[in-house]
Each structure stands twice: as structure tokens, then as C-alpha cells.
Design a binder for this molecule. Structure first.
Ligand SMILES: Cc1cc2nc3c(=O)[nH]c(=O)nc-3n(C[C@H](O)[C@H](O)[C@H](O)COP(=O)(O)OP(=O)(O)OC[C@H]3O[C@@H](n4cnc5c(N)ncnc54)[C@H](O)[C@@H]3O)c2cc1C
Length: 415
């Protein structure tokens, strides 16, 4: 016999927790499923922009390790350039309000999960099950059944769970998207859009292992976005309390050589980047993950609502995904709460689609801005030297002001 639940949420990362929090506090009975016990490692630099902090339902101060109001942008190395970019070419941006707060992802996730598991109000309830994996997912006329494999001590067994609606929040490599859209790897593909994928690698380095001033002339505690290591993405240094997070990622592969660009994100690239930036020759515990992209075209259908990376909602210009994960999780919860009990699933999917549209419009603009920027990176970087563009970029990244303004300005500089 299937076990019945009001709502199942697969994945307890930022998207799943955001959805679970709103549903449980509105009186719904929610079961969260995750394949890991918490805290667990998730490859992520965990830069939390102002808009992300604003979107969260609770302050996350206990897990904030540093707040950055300054950003260093390292220039692109043009193919014609004989020498590497020089320190004099770098751009320093300063904002009156904090741009980005820094957390460590394991602690951030565990904190959000703990808030979510204590969010139940108005007769609601929420709990978390650790599962090994989903074995099968069947969408019926008025409910979805999910067969999950669970291990309890020495015993591994399959259980069938049933709910009228499921939220797929299991990230870029999760199962729900593949089970719901089996022939597609990216939500955008379903609508005929060319596939976009991103990939990023990261590692951590304790400050104790670094000199006070790095070989690049920077202090280890500076927030750095570096466009030199690769086209279509950037390298970063994100300063935490006692260590920095170093990484490289590609977010905007051009259609023709996207796969080639993704393959460039290797341990070797990160290693040589660390050598060049930090002067260290070994990195411990390098981890990476695909980023869910292409979701500006995702059209929710049926009884499984995809959110966050599972819906491909990472920003193609910045690689930022936590903000989209939270807002899409909240949008899915709002859709469920706004449809009366027993309402047809299409109504919930249609309301979710409507709720998601502002975010998708922003992502579509972001994609165009990314294409414009990466088409003529030198011109794009040149544009950043103007005070107007600097302030626009800072505001767009930190606060999420409409991309139209950034796009129009970028187009002027890059055409
Ligand atoms: C190297 C790197 C650096 C990044 N840095 C930043 C950054 O600084 N700022 C930012 O905003 N974004 C960053 N991102 C993107 C960000 O990590 C993601 O966009 C964000 O985590 C998406 O949240 P999510 O809840 O959709 O998915 P996830 O965070 O991936 O959470 C999915 C959850 O589902 C669980 N799960 C997976 N499969 C299953 C399954 N089959 N069954 C049950 N549970 C499952 C996982 O254990 C996990 O807990 C980075 C990404 C990478 C790879």
C-alpha cells in the first residue's frame, strides 16, 4: 500500500527548503526526501547576494562568515595579448551596501534545513527522510507515486509514496527532471532551445597556508571575479572566515563549442589557476558539479513542479543559483497554496508557470547579456570601466534590478 502525503519535496537544498518552509508554515503536511544526511558537502562557493538574503524567510546571520562591499574584477586576457593581464588593468568596485555575504555551504544548508523542519504552523507538519534513490515515478490522473529505496540499518527496502503534487528540488544531477522529462537533459531542450549547461569546480585553501599578499598582488580576504582563465565563465576567490574558496566555472557556453568549453573545466585548470593566483601547487578536495541551466524556457506541466537547478534556473551571466532556487521553491509553494484542495494539477502547474515568469524573464535577459558580453569580452570589460556600468553591474548582481537596463547598456558597448 502506498503511503499518502499531502506534498512530497524531493531534495532539501535551498529550493526544497524554501518550498517546504512556506508550505509547512501555511499548515500543509510535507515530506522532504534527500539522498544525504545533513550536513553534507555540496560543491558551491556559497556567495549570498543581497537579493538572496532578502528572499530568505529568516536571517542567516549565524552562518555568515564575512560580508563583502568590495569586488575586484580581473580583466580578460584577449587572444592577441602578448602578456598576461596586469594588476593595473584590474577594476575595483565599492558599494555603499554589502554586495555579497559569504557562508560555507554545508553550514548554510544545515541551518536552512533546521529552520525548515521547525517551520510548521497552523496544523502543518514537516519531516525529512533520507533515501538512497528514487526507483520510479508514476504520474496518475490525480496523484503521483514515487518508489523510493531506503536503507535502515542492514535492511534496504523499497517504499511507495503517494501525493497529489511533487516538488522536484533535487538539483542539477537529480532524478526528478529525468523521470519527468526522460528524453531531455536540460529543461530548455523541451521547448526546442539549444541546450545550455554549466559546470564549476571549487576547492578551499586556509589563510594560514597563504602569504599576507598573494603573488597576484591581492590580499587573500578580497572577493575576486577573474575573467582571464577561460571564455564563457570566470575564476573566483571568495573569502570566508578562516579560508578562501577558489573555483573556476563556465556558465555561458557559446552554442557551437559549448561542450568543448565545458571540458576545459578540469582539475588541471583549477590547479594552474591556484598556482597563478595563490602561488600554491596542490589543492586538497577539489569538487565540482554541473549547473542547471536553460530554465528560462521551462514550462511546468502536470503534477511534478521542478524548481532550482532541477528546473535549470542558474543565472547564465553570473552562475548564481541559490537566489533562483529559493524564489522558485517559494513560487511552487505559492502555486500549491493558491489552488484549492483537489484542484486539477494543470491549474497548479499553470499558476506555478505564472509565478515563475518574472524570474524566467530575468534569466532570458541574463542569457542575452551573457552572449553579448562573451561575444566581445574586451569591449564588455572596457564597458565596466565606466562609473555608470560599474554601478549598474553591482546593482544587478547584488539586488537583481531588471536586466533590461544592463542589457541595453551592454549592447551599446559591445555592438
Ligand atoms: C562549484 C560551484 C559554485 C557555486 N557557487 C555559487 C555561489 O557562490 N552562489 C550561488 O548563488 N550559487 C552558486 N552555485 C550554484 C548553486 O550551488 C546552485 O544553483 C544551488 O545549490 C541550487 O539549489 P537547489 O536547491 O536547486 O539544488 P541543490 O543545492 O543541488 O540541492 C539539491 C538537493 O537534492 C538532493 N538530491 C539530489 N539528488 C537526489 C535524489 N535522487 N533524491 C533525493 N535527493 C536528492 C541533494 O542531496 C541536495 O541536498 C555554485 C555551483 C557550483 C557547482
Amino acid at each position: 500500500m502506498p503511503l499518502d502525503f499531502e506534498i512530497l519535496v524531493v531534495g532539501a537544498g535551498p529550493a526544497g527548503c524554501a518550498a517546504g518552509y512556506d508550505l509547512a508554515s501555511a499548515g500543509k503536511h510535507v515530506l522532504l526526501l534527500d539522498k544525504y544526511a545533513f550536513p553534507h558537502h555540496k560543491p558551491c562557493a556559497c556567495g549570498l547576494t543581497r537579493k538572496t538574503l532578502k528572499a530568505l524567510r529568516y536571517p542567516v546571520d549565524p552562518v555568515i562568515e564575512r560580508v563583502c562591499s568590495d569586488v575586484v574584477l580581473e580583466p580578460i586576457k584577449s587572444p592577441e595579448a602578448v602578456t598576461a593581464p596586469q594588476p593595473a588593468d584590474r577594476i575595483r568596485l565599492h558599494a555603499r551596501s554589502p554586495i555579497c555575504a559569504m557562508a560555507v555551504r554545508e553550514r548554510f544548508d544545515a541551518f536552512c534545513l533546521q529552520k525548515t523542519l521547525s517551520a510548521a504552523r497552523n496544523g502543518g507538519a514537516i519531516s525529512l527522510w533520507k533515501i538512497d534513490r528514487i526507483h520510479a515515478l508514476r504520474e496518475g490522473p490525480d496523484h503521483v507515486e514515487v518508489d523510493v529505496i531506503r536503507t535502515d540499518g542492514a535492511e534496504t527496502r523499497m517504499e511507495t509514496l503517494r501525493a497529489p503534487i511533487i516538488i522536484g528540488a533535487d538539483g542539477s544531477n537529480g532524478q526528478t527532471r529525468r523521470l519527468v522529462q526522460p528524453r531531455t537533459t536540460s529543461p530548455g531542450v523541451a521547448t526546442g532551445e539549444s541546450e545550455q549547461d554549466g559546470f564549476a569546480l571549487e576547492a578551499t585553501v586556509p589563510y594560514a597556508a597563504l602569504p599576507k599578499i598573494l603573488p597576484s598582488g591581492l590580499a587573500p580576504q578580497e572577493l575576486v571575479f577573474d575573467f582571464a582563465p577561460l571564455p564563457g565563465g570566470y575564476g573566483w576567490l571568495f573569502p570566508k572566515a578562516d579560508h578562501l574558496n577558489i573555483g573556476v566555472g563556465v556558465f555561458s557556453p557559446a552554442q557551437d563549442d559549448g561542450c568543448r568549453r565545458l571540458k576545459q573545466i578540469t582539475r588541471k585548470l583549477l590547479q594552474s589557476y591556484a598556482q597563478q593566483k595563490l602561488g600554491i601547487s596542490t589543492l586538497d578536495h577539489v569538487t565540482g558539479q554541473q549547473l542547471g541551466m536553460g530554465g528560462h524556457n521551462y514550462l511546468p506541466r502536470g503534477r511534478v513542479l521542478l524548481t532550482g537547478d532541477a528546473a535549470g534556473l542558474v543565472d547564465p551571466l553570473t552562475g548564481e543559483g541559490i537566489h533562483s532556487a529559493i524564489t522558485s521553491g517559494q513560487a511552487a509553494a505559492a502555486a500549491i497554496l493558491s489552488c484549492p484542495e483537489g484542484e486539477r494539477s494543470n491549474d497548479v502547474a499553470a499558476v506555478y508557470a505564472r509565478n515563475l515568469r518574472p524570474l524566467q524573464r530575468t534569466l532570458a535577459f541574463s542569457l542575452r547579456a551573457a552572449k553579448a558580453f562573451h561575444h566581445h569580452p574586451e569591449r564588455g570589460f572596457q564597458a565596466m570601466r565606466t562609473p555608470f556600468m560599474r554601478s549598474l553591474i553591482l546593482k544587478t548582481y547584488a539586488e537583481g534590478i531588471p536586466y533590461t537596463r544592463l542589457l541595453t547598456a551592454l549592447a551599446r558597448f559591445t555592438s
